[in-house]
Ligand binder design. Sequence first.
Ligand SMILES: *[C@@H]1O[C@H](CO)[C@@H](O)[C@H](O)[C@H]1NC(C)=O
Ligand SMILES: *[C@@H]1O[C@H](CO)[C@@H](O)[C@H](O)[C@H]1NC(C)=O
Ligand SMILES: *[C@@H]1O[C@H](CO)[C@@H](O)[C@H](O)[C@H]1NC(C)=O
Length: 811
Amino acid sequence: MTRPVPPAALRRLAPTLLAACLCAALPATAQTAASAPVELHLPAGPLQASLSSLARQSGIQLLFAADSVSGRNAPALDGRYTPHDALQRLLAGQGLAMQERSPGVFVVNAAPAHAPATPRTPARAASSAPSSATTTSLARVTVSASTARMPQGETAMPNTITVLTREDIAQQLALGSDVSRVLSSQIPAFAPAREKMSNYGETMRGRGILYMVDGVPQSTPLRDGSRDSHTIDPAMIERIEVIHGANALQGIGGTGGIVNIITRSAPSEPGAFLLDTNVSYSAALPSRHDDNGQRGAALVGVRGEQFDLVAGLAHEKQGLYHDGEGRSIGTNAQGELMDSTSSNVFAKLGWNIAEGHRLQVMANRYELRGLDNYLAINGDYRTGRPTISVPGDTPLDPPMNRSRSLTVDYSAADLLGGRFQAQAFAVDFEGRYGASQWDPWGNTGANAAWDQTQNESDKRGFKLTQSWSRIADTTLDVTLGLDGLRDRTHQVLLASGMNWVPQTTYQSLSPLLQLHWWPTDHLMLSGGLRYEKGELEVGDYTTLPRYGARKVAGGKPTMSETLPNFGAVWYINDRLNAYASYSEGYTVADVGRVLRAINRDGQRVDSLIDLSPVVSDNREIGLEYDDGRFSGDIAYYTSESKLGSVLIYDPGIDAYAVQRQATRVEGFESNLRLRLGNSRLGLGYARANGRYDADVDGRLDSDLAGVNIAPNRLTAFWEQSWTPQLSTRLQASHAFDRDFDLRGARVAEFKDYTTLDLVARYTLDKHAFTLGVQNLADKQYISYYSQTTPSNPSYFSGRGRVLTLGWQYRY
Ligand SMILES: *[C@@H]1O[C@H](CO)[C@@H](O)[C@H](O)[C@H]1NC(C)=O
Ligand SMILES: *[C@@H]1O[C@H](CO)[C@@H](O)[C@H](O)[C@H]1NC(C)=O
Ligand SMILES: *[C@@H]1O[C@H](CO)[C@@H](O)[C@H](O)[C@H]1NC(C)=O
């Protein structure tokens, strides 16, 4: 796992050389010897960003003058290269020379004789006043432009940021394809994955997560960060960037954090061709009837002079899951990952229209469908008996989620003296939930009809960003943005054909401004504002017969909010930096719940709905250290929200109001990593405490429930390269005990558990074989969600030991 990476050296090596030292944690498969080829995945982009990624991915140290690389672009690199080779490719035709000073330490500077290539921005007098604006930004991890709204490589966000590289993801995929699990095994601050189709309850820092794919929101705004981690197959994923804590940079939903999934890109050089195929088989160990799953994925990529294309297909079938004692795990009416099939079709076409102008179109269709071979038999949480599955059919259709998206990106490297990026997107989502005997007419008992609901949501939106670096030769970077979004959502009952939640349309337009300033070489200050103006439109409608078929007059409630963020990063020396920040994120309460349950006549939407946004703030301080062998980081945060998301009917005003139900979460997160010869060791710990004001009297009197807060967790891993071909990773996760009280009375309790996973990988030429064992000790436990939200139908065990065998072929 790669975390806030390499604090940079700001030291000067030679009078004219301003140095950035990037010493990264080595992936397990990479060799300590800097001459060994390593797997590299560098997207095309600013040279500076590519150099920093190269240093990180290959573990070399890289020293270069800031001014000599600024304003230059590097091609994408994808494949196995020696660091020397890779550097040469990145620097080709740039007028820069490279020299290996000692094994693994490279220096890049302007080529002596020829090579006049002038940087876009005027070079500063490096000898007298070293410009650090760009150099120092290398010190912290850089995230994609689609995450930070700043051109890649110029970002130094004063937040805790985790980037999972393809290497990190690949290791976890050898154990299974659930993205939630990939995240929770790599990031201790994540709640344990539920191993269910629904991500409800998978939170970060006590709140919901905004999921994006290449910057396009996947969650539905009118639900608190609906945690949709299942909208793309992991085969299409290049990296995952996570911003911890509330943040409004990307708009509505990111109250606990933002997860931006970056998709794969075409190979780097013109004429290159890429083929990547994977097949895997998994089964419980010891094997049981009906427990096996198969998966196949293929990705092709080509790059021509002007055009590049990458396209992929993935299909997976999963069998029934079993727990540590060999029992089947119960099926969840909200949808399942087990006993399901999923398929994904993905394509991304790029066109380099002219020097510096690029157009890109991405299309993705993902579908996850329950197979409906099993029925649940309720367990009993009082006696500890878990819910299990038996063969059988539920009435009506099995649960399913389908997501289709189309994204168009345009970027201009030099427009009005700055960089311009535009994105337009359309995302259609359909989620069908399991059937139940929930009668829309209100009949009960044996007379009640079966029905099931389907949520449909379509989003259209755009994001425009214009950024200028080092305005008027100062050290100020400015970004202006404008985001527009229209989200239409409704919920229908499929059997009866009635609308349960009427169609609601949420529209918003939000300008934003973000500033970065370097008052000295060692200090970066950032600040920004986002103004959000939103309107919800609901037409006249009639509630379901079970609520009395009431007529409700439509309306257009509105909201507006200004959300600030500011922070600082202090580069104490070339190994250590500290940061502090304040940011706000927001969401709106789930209005569908109110709309659908109105049970009196003569109501009007305008007076019923309080659209006041629920704003949560995030304050944090952190420290990061990296000396090439040892790296570590620690962050402490608090997150508060004065206005909770609870809607309560207030007879006084005859309306539902968002209650001032304050919440407060406080915690810290820490990671330590050590490289010793061919091994890497790591330890992560995350702790969070959350309280809220249950009786709305202004005092924080109760614990946040398990669906809102993750358990305290300790994770550890040991990676070893035994030979250049063979590497292994052993990882452990421990979730600590926790009690939950509601105004002093204990209401739920969580019993700790530990799981172990093992991954082994053997590479032979273009082939790789992987063996993954999830829950190595076959530990029996009840999932965190089920323990903390006890109910008989959803009292589920965690998955027992699973063996996954994979074969990969890369060309
Ligand atoms: C299905 O959609 C619902 C509603 O948006 C969401 O909560 C859930 O996470 C989705 N599940 C999957 C597997 O995408
Ligand atoms: C194949 O597996 C490797 C890791 O084993 C992963 O990096 C890659 O993304 C996978 N590709 C596809 C197309 O699934
Ligand atoms: C479906 O969407 C509505 C809001 O439009 C939401 O209230 C409801 O919780 C969603 N259902 C599920 C199961 O996600």
